[in-house]
Ligand binder design. Structure first.
Ligand SMILES: NC(=O)c1ccc[n+]([C@@H]2O[C@H](COP(=O)([O-])OP(=O)(O)OC[C@H]3O[C@@H](n4cnc5c(N)ncnc54)[C@H](OP(=O)(O)O)[C@@H]3O)[C@@H](O)[C@H]2O)c1
Length: 258
């Protein structure tokens, strides 16, 4: 699918991958719809200067069902072509030490809001026979580490959800793109160290948000359905998928309970 002139809704556009993707779409002259908890005038100006055809900001907290309902209500008249479900929260640590409130909130943002937005925006796409739903999962959907239990479960849910609707949408003009995202140098990447490192030696390979945004762009333009990492993480992903016992041995070497 082309990016120029399309209406693109990006959740989690305030920073990290979402912001880098918004900048790239601006250069490609798209109409941008940014979902953020707090509006950012500087970012809007930056995107207008970079070439965006239009920029709208929708202030919304995706951690509540009401927040997602209100967002969809505001978008009623907007023909979204590309929905980038990108907003996400990280939880981590030994399961009994993770705060329950954080776990509930994380599933709401990472899974429920993503499903709810898809549910709300898909009918319009089907009517127009045109659309793309991009869901930001993670290598954690397949590479299961200690301390990542709840976050990995959320990303496995995103992976399964996307795969199911990919099949449902065959020949409708609406397509899906599943991002099996590796380490990207964002605030969330830095939080991994804080949350996991007491018990687990985490892999440190990462790429920049700008480079990842370019990879997503290529996947959109060529209608690729799954974007998986290359490099060392790509090798790790293949081992986790196809040689799980080997993967578990390496993981075991990196984990200590106390
Ligand atoms: N970075 C990585 O290594 C990595 C790896 C695999 C997958 N991912 C996935 O990539 C996506 C983007 O992550 P990132 O690395 O760019 O992280 P980030 O820099 O921490 O950005 C997270 C984004 O999500 C938004 N968000 C969080 N809670 C929200 C809520 N309640 N309502 C609305 N927006 C909310 C944040 O908005 P605020 O500014 O309002 O907080 C922010 O824009 C996430 O789904 C993440 O799980 C990242």
């Amino acid at each position: 699918m082309e990016i120029a002139n399309r209406h693109i809704l990006i959740t989690g556009a305030s920073r990290g991958i979402g912001k880098a993707f918004a900048k790239m779409c601006a250069e490609d002259k798209a109409n941008l719809h940014l979902v953020m908890r707090q509006s950012d005038d500087n970012l809007v100006k930056e995107l207008q200067t970079a070439g965006a055809k239009s920029v709208s900001v929708w202030e919304s907290d995706l951690s509540t069902r009401q927040g997602v309902d209100a967002l969809l209500n505001n978008l009623k008249e907007t023909p979204i072509d590309i929905l980038f479900n990108n907003a996400g929260m990280l939880t981590g640590g030994l399961i009994e030490e993770q705060p329950l409130d954080d776990i509930y909130k994380m599933f709401q943002v990472n899974v429920n809001a993503l499903v709810h937005l898809t549910h709300g925006l898909l009918p319009g796409m089907l009517e127009r026979k045109r659309g793309k739903i991009i869901n930001n999962s993670s290598v954690s959907a397949y590479m299961h580490f200690p301390c990542a239990s709840t976050y990995a479960a959320s990303k496995a849910a995103v992976m399964a959800f996307t795969d199911c609707i990919r099949m449902e949408l065959k020949d409708t003009g609406v397509t899906t793109l599943l991002l099996v995202t590796p380490g990207i140098k964002t605030r969330m990447f830095d939080e991994i160290e804080t949350l996991y490192s007491k018990n687990f030696v985490i892999p440190t390979e990462s790429i920049s948000p700008a480079k990842y945004a370019q990879m997503i762009r290529e996947a959109i333009l060529h209608d690729i359905e799954v974007l998986e990492p290359s490099g060392l993480t790509g090798v790790g992903l293949k081992i986790a998928k196809f040689a799980k016992p080997l993967f578990d041995i390496e993981v075991g070497r990196r984990f200590k309970r106390n």
